[in-house]
Design a protein around this ligand. Structure first.
Ligand code: FAD
Length: 230
């Protein structure tokens, strides 16, 4: 997975400035940096009481490369997100496919919505690696055969599996990112459990690391309030 923060305008002061217009009006910009403890308290209050809109006055654009099955889940997040993705109609898709490494737990135990994943056996790991590689190679060879015969890219791509990598720009703000992280990551401070697919969680964790650097106060209060988006 690739996650790059390509563009951003996002800081804790964006939250403070937007919130303080409530009480300071056009002077809200002058209030910034006056009292760091008060600033922390204000952000915590907004997070705790779920006053969400001050967390929207910022922007982060990520470049993400991940398998199609991750993008299907990702692009379900509609509110506060903008997406642009590479096209299988306008360019030939490259043969880059997902094969999980040994850190990916292969076996699911328990019922849907409340399950755990455990290590696979050596034999299962070998099977996954071999079966996926064979299947990807066959699918891509079929795709190329059709392109070589003059079939349109948008038709030929139908044979490609969801393990194919795609790439996109995804732009969000802190509020929409928090909602995404609350659903797509497991975390010891989360007050609401969630069971995300590991691969989208890997993407989410990298986005979270970028965001934590940009907005450390907001990030701390998100964790401190159970990782529920305001
Ligand atoms: C672990 C997990 C398993 C999942 N399994 C499935 C599955 O089996 N099948 C499946 O189809 N999806 C599944 N999903 C996707 C899920 O149902 C959501 O589509 C996805 O998580 C995006 O969440 P969202 O709608 O809250 O986010 P966003 O679309 O970003 O919306 C954010 C918030 O805005 C509000 N909102 C947005 N649109 C509307 C609207 N039209 N009406 C009212 N309020 C709105 C809601 O408060 C919403 O929470 C799963 C998600 C997770 C995390």
């Amino acid at each position: 997975m690739t996650v790059e923060l390509v563009k951003h305008s996002a800081s804790d002061t964006d939250v403070l400035w937007a919130a303080r217009v409530s009480t300071a009006g056009e002077q809200s910009l002058d209030e910034l940096g006056k009292d760091p403890e008060r600033s922390r308290g204000l952000i915590n209050f907004l997070m705790r009481d779920r006053h969400g809109s001050p967390f929207e006055h910022n922007s982060m654009t990520f470049f993400i490369s991940a398998p199609l099955f991750v993008f299907r889940e990702f692009q379900r997040h509609r509110a506060g997100w903008s997406y642009n993705e590479e096209s299988g109609r306008y360019r030939q898709l490259q043969p880059v496919f997902y094969v999980p490494d040994e850190s990916r737990k292969l076996v699911q135990r328990g019922r849907p919505g409340k399950y755990v994943f455990v290590e696979g056996t050596q034999a299962q790991q070998e099977l996954v690696g071999r079966a996926m590689t064979d299947s990807y190679q066959q699918a891509y060879a079929t795709y190329e055969e059709m392109l070589a015969a003059g079939v349109a890219r948008e038709v030929a791509r139908a044979v490609l599996p969801v393990g194919l990598y795609s790439s996109m720009y995804a732009t969000c703000n802190a509020r929409s990112l928090m909602h995404f992280l609350g659903l797509r990551t497991q975390h010891e401070q989360a007050s609401v459990p969630t069971f995300p697919q590991r691969e989208i969680e890997m993407v989410a964790e990298r986005m979270e690391a970028h965001w934590a650097e940009l907005m450390p106060l907001t990030y701390d209060t998100f964790n401190g309030n159970g990782r529920v988006a305001p």
